[in-house]
Design a protein around this ligand. Structure first.
Ligand code: 13P
Length: 341
């Protein structure tokens, strides 16, 4: 394990004003989003869509890394360059989703545990050879009546730590993603409670597995009210609670934290990240984005499966990337949105 090299990559992933494009949707997730828009769910369409994303000129101004899915890292862009090589040539670090998805947790059917440790070492070694320099594993924690359970938090934290260590041994910087889902009508206080406990247990397990903290990135959800909560906390409260929660759980050795968007609107995701960076609480890590939907959803709608729309879709993507790049510096303003309109 070369901790110095891992640290170099991790720091580059969270460089000032840049963040990560999560474009690693599994087939079922990508197809679901395509179906909603009436886009055919074929391998070629997924390739064309992802080609549109990575060939957007200037993407690297705001995007430091892109997370690919197994299918994509084996595909080529439309001009015949492997996706990973294309990204690297543009100064964007290629990464790869390595988990096998969240499945029902035996004995706790309302909750999930992420699969994928079997054969992970071999897969990571192959992905490194294909050009990946970082990896991602997502765990989901559900808030509901009587949950999340200790069994769910512990099982997921353990798997995250095993994954992180295996990744580092293969030369890949692990993105450790414990997502506390926004689904539900819970309060921000309840979200804080679950997120803090989850992150504490995750770092306890990371320590147990000997994960080099300087060679990883944390990808958490924000501390936020449930999506269907009657009264939802405002932007400043989300920012304050999120930073407070991180300060209580994340060691200073971790180079950076890159948030997921988790179903927030494009604008909310930018506003929250911006407020987090403007928070008066001092902290040791870089705070940026690793958004999927909040970067892609408008671009996907504009593209709509028609290559005649590529340029417009790329403009939409670049715009969200610019907004979030600015938010990572605390320089995003609502006025930027009206400018885009
Ligand atoms: P969202 O930003 O859409 O939550 O996706 C991020 C991600 O990588 C989920 O694993």
């Amino acid at each position: 394990m070369n901790n110095e090299e891992l640290n170099k990559v991790a720091c580059a992933m969270v460089a000032p004003g840049r963040g990560i494009l999560a474009m690693d949707e599994s087939h079922p997730t990508c197809n679901k989003r395509f179906e909603k828009l009436g886009i055919p769910t074929t391998e070629t369409m997924r390739q064309e869509y992802r080609d549109m994303l990575v060939t957007a000129d200037g993407l690297s101004d705001y995007v430091s890394g892109a997370i690919l899915f197994d299918e994509t890292i084996r595909q080529k862009t439309l001009d015949g360059t492997p996706f990973a090589d294309h990204l690297a040539n543009k100064g964007i670090i290629p990464g790869i989703k390595v988990d096998a998805g969240a499945k029902p947790l035996a004995g706790h059917e309302e909750e999930k545990v992420t699969h994928g440790l079997d054969g992970l070492q071999e897969r990571c070694t192959e992905y490194f050879e294909l050009g990946a320099r970082f990896s991602k594993w997502r765990a989901v924690i559900t808030i509901g009546k009587g949950i999340s359970s200790w069994a769910c938090i512990e099982a997921n934290a353990h798997a995250l730590a095993r994954y992180a260590r295996i990744s580092q041994e293969a030369g890949l910087v692990p993105i450790v993603e414990p997502e506390v889902l926004m689904d539900g009508d819970h309060s921000i206080e309840r979200c804080y409670e679950v997120t803090e406990l989850t992150q504490r247990v995750v770092f306890y397990q990371l320590k147990n597995q000997g994960v080099a903290l300087e060679g990883m990135i944390l990808k958490p959800s924000m501390v936020i009210s449930g999506a269907s909560a009657k009264s939802r906390a405002d932007v400043e409260t989300v920012a304050e609670q999120t930073v407070r929660c991180l300060l209580n759980t994340v060691p200073a050795a971790v180079p950076g934290i890159a948030f997921l968007s988790g179903g927030q609107t494009d604008q909310e995701a930018s506003q929250h990240l911006n407020a987090i960076n403007l928070s008066g609480l001092s902290r040791p890590w870089a705070l940026t984005f690793s958004y999927g939907r909040a970067l892609q959803q408008t671009a996907m709608q504009v593209w709509n499966g028609d290559n005649a729309n590529v340029q417009k879709a790329q403009q939409a993507l670049l715009w969200r990337a610019k907004c979030n790049g600015s938010a990572a510096l605390g320089k995003y303003t609502d006025a930027m949105e009206s400018q885009a309109a």
